[in-house]
Design a protein around this ligand. Structure first.
Ligand code: HEM
Length: 416
């Protein structure tokens, strides 16, 4: 039955993955004219797939599991070990509820408000310097905001070091060599720091508000009873802090999109919330961040005449699904108005995973991401004026994760 499935014939796809990055799966889906194909990675058979039907199947937790699917090197840098991403079944749903309870519309509003306040209070500093790198400013601001909002004490003198560590963990996910090792060291330092904070709360040395992420994770009760040990509690709190800092990547791409598509500025200047929303959604669709996600077949099944054998590793192409011409007209055009009439679908627009976040592994932080991006866009368009000096704004589709080379330099910044 599986003979008909196209195969990437190379003995190991590691090198092709490194050479083609975000485009690896999509290139072969086009070449083979098939939404799934087989390959080999480190001696293991892998099925790579793309598109909304594949996404729907991938998020069926009866068919797939996450336990055993995430390589240790990713757990030791980006994600941490034994956190929510590696869980399945009832225990996962129970842990996920904790995250969902911290990411409600009320929390989105709190974070958006803090973001605008911090952007606004940066203006006078920026007015007195020649230029700033937007990515660096955004990651530091988001680190302050994330810690403040979560209840984690952070001295001003620590901000840059901690923000760099959160970013290094993210930067490690597609890397080998020095970038990977920098991510591992950053994780070790950050886990030590956050474990200390959690221990202080448990010993009553640090008072923290009920309802804050620090409080709720510190005192969370596992499905089988008892609190998380401080190591796992630290991993989960970092699962809240690190991705808030990572929104800096999308904010940098938002500025790039404004620069590359200045005709949209006029509509955004009207302050119309719908225009802001459409623009940031298109940024999340168009620009690369998460490339693909992996899971393991839980029990064998047949899909589209193909036998998925128990234990097989399967990759779902997020970047390719967001550029799938079957669902997106001219997918390589940047067109925010494509979101005007669009009916929401849980499986075709998947920059942060697919399906129902409360029932599966989809990112619980999408609402926060969108709201923080919206106020940041509003700030860039309506609160400041700036020049964009000569710089390398190109970004690689091979390096994962990627970013405009210059980090987006702004000069001659003044208040509007
Ligand atoms: C999961 C992307 C922001 C918290 C995920 C997943 C992706 C993702 C691809 C995995 C989905 C899967 O495994 O099926 C992103 C991107 C973000 C972002 C690109 C933009 C910066 C956030 C924010 C938070 C957050 C702001 C929290 C404040 C989480 C958590 C999970 C997750 C806790 C694990 C969910 C689970 O395994 O059940 N995210 N995310 N993320 N994200 Fe995000």
């Amino acid at each position: 039955m599986n003979e008909k499935l196209p195969h990437d014939k190379s003995l190991d796809i590691s090198l092709s993955l490194m050479r083609e990055g975000y485009l690896y799966i999509g290139n072969r889906v086009d070449r083979y004219q098939s939404e799934l194909f087989a390959a080999r990675l480190m001696g293991q058979k892998v099925i790579c797939m793309s598109g909304k039907d594949a996404a729907k199947m991938f998020y069926d937790s009866e068919r797939f599991q996450r336990s055993g699917a995430i390589p240790k090197r990713i757990q030791k840098s980006l994600l941490g070990e034994d956190g929510v991403q590696t869980m399945d079944g009832e225990a996962h749903i129970h842990r996920k509820l904790l995250f969902m309870s911290l990411m409600t519309p009320k929390h989105e509003k709190q974070l958006a408000k803090l973001t605008m306040e911090h952007w606004q209070s940066s203006i006078s500093k920026w007015e007195s310097v020649k230029k700033v790198v937007l990515f660096d400013e955004a990651k530091n601001i988001l680190c302050r905001i994330a810690c403040d909002w979560a209840g984690v004490p952070l001295e001003e003198s620590e901000v840059e070091v901690r923000a760099n560590d959160f970013s290094a963990m993210v930067d490690a996910f597609g890397a080998v060599g020095p970038r990977h090792w920098a991510g591992r060291r950053a994780r070790t330092r950050t886990e030590e720091w956050i474990k200390g904070v959690i221990d202080d709360v448990r010993q009553g040395k640090l008072k923290v508000m009920e309802g804050s992420a620090l409080y709720e994770i510190t005192f969370h009760k596992k499905l089988e009873g008892g609190q998380l040990n401080s190591q796992i509690a630290a991993v989960e709190l970092i699962n809240v802090l690190r991705p808030i800092v990572a929104i800096a990547t999308f904010i940098t791409f938002t500025a790039l999109a404004l620069y590359e598509h200045p005709t949209h500025k006029e509509k955004l200047q009207s302050g119309d919330k719908k225009e802001l929303e459409m623009f940031v959604q298109e940024v999340r669709r168009f620009y690369p961040f998460g490339p693909f996600i992996g899971a393991k077949v839980r029990k064998g099944f047949i899909w589209n005449d193909f036998h998925f054998e128990k234990g097989m590793l399967v990759f779902l192409d997020m970047y390719g699904t967001n550029h799938d011409p079957r669902n997106w007209e001219n997918p390589n055009d940047f067109r925010p108005d494509r979101f005007k009439e669009r009916k929401s679908n849980l499986f075709d627009f998947i920059p942060q995973g697919a399906g129902d976040p409360a029932q599966g592994h989809r990112c619980p932080g999408e609402g926060i991401t969108v709201e923080v991006m919206k106020v940041s866009l509003d700030f860039l368009v309506n609160k400041i004026k700036f020049d964009v000096p000569d710089q390398d704004i190109s970004y690689s589709l091979v390096k994962m994760p990627t970013l405009p080379e210059s980090g987006f330099v702004m000069s001659n910044i003044r208040r509007q």
